[in-house]
Design a protein around this ligand. Structure first.
Ligand SMILES: [Fe+2]
Length: 245
């Protein structure tokens, strides 16, 4: 399995694919690049609605449009939930997990974190949900002390493939992988131009910089997550930078 763990390929639901044609093109490109499975992770901002039911209805409608399309990777429903506060208050929060699993892609606040940020994440874990922190390399500006507290929780970390093409982000990814704090990879594709399918490049970059084992580790973890298998702390592996790109 080659799994893109983070994508905005569902049509007309967020700032990703603008229409069905763009969705299909993004997914076909992904398939050409060797991707077998794509997790669809549209943005969910629960503060903008009374509950998340509206989002779930829109998401299903968008997904149904893609249902009959052939020659695209296998699709898995998910979302990218913005941690805007105590999201455990929403009665149907578990429906935001990746389909048939207890794993939830969680986008952390870009504003400074505080104790509440960690507490709200912890409360999700108490519900049996395992948060997968989206593109954690972007959280480099947050207090390290709070990031360490986050890592102490039962969470996994998703890295964005395009970060490997940005010098400063690449350094962050180096640090995270050395600590064993990187578990899955996603394109975070939004369109066909500025934030496009990039798994062919990502695969080459990861294998060259961290080794083939690292790529296989990301793909195996994604498969385990989709099967709702547990990835425990003792399974975490660290990878060191091999050479400069
Ligand atoms: Fe995203």
């Amino acid at each position: 399995m080659v799994c893109d763990f983070h994508s905005h390929a569902l049509p007309k639901i967020d700032d990703g694919a603008k229409n069905l044609d763009m969705s299909i093109e993004m997914l076909k490109k992904s398939k050409e690049q060797g991707v077998t499975d794509v997790i669809l992770t549209p943005h969910c901002y629960p503060y903008s609605q009374r509950d998340i039911t509206d989002f779930l209805v829109k998401r299903k409608h968008a997904y149904d449009m893609l249902n009959t399309i052939s020659d695209i990777p296998n699709l898995h429903m998910g979302c990218e939930l913005h941690l805007t506060g105590d999201v455990t208050k929403y009665f149907n929060i578990k429906e935001l997990c990746m389909e048939n699993t207890n794993y939830l892609l969680l986008e952390m606040p870009t504003t400074p974190w505080n104790d509440n940020t960690i507490e709200f994440t912890y409360k999700l874990t108490l519900m049996g949900i395992t948060p997968v922190i989206a593109h954690d390399e972007r959280n480099f500006h947050q207090k390290q002390e709070l990031r360490n507290l986050l890592y102490d929780l039962d969470v996994l970390i998703q890295i964005n493939a395009p970060s490997l093409s940005i010098h400063s982000m690449r350094k962050e990814v180096d640090k995270m992988l050395k600590l064993g704090m990187g578990h899955v990879i996603g394109s975070d594709m939004h369109n066909l131009t500025s934030r496009k399918p990039c798994f062919d490049t990502a695969q080459k970059q990861i294998k060259k910089r961290y080794g083939e084992d690292c790529w296989n580790y990301f793909m195996t973890n994604a498969e385990k997550i989709l099967n709702d298998e547990k990835i425990s702390y003792r399974d975490f592996k660290s990878f060191k930078k091999k050479s400069l790109l």
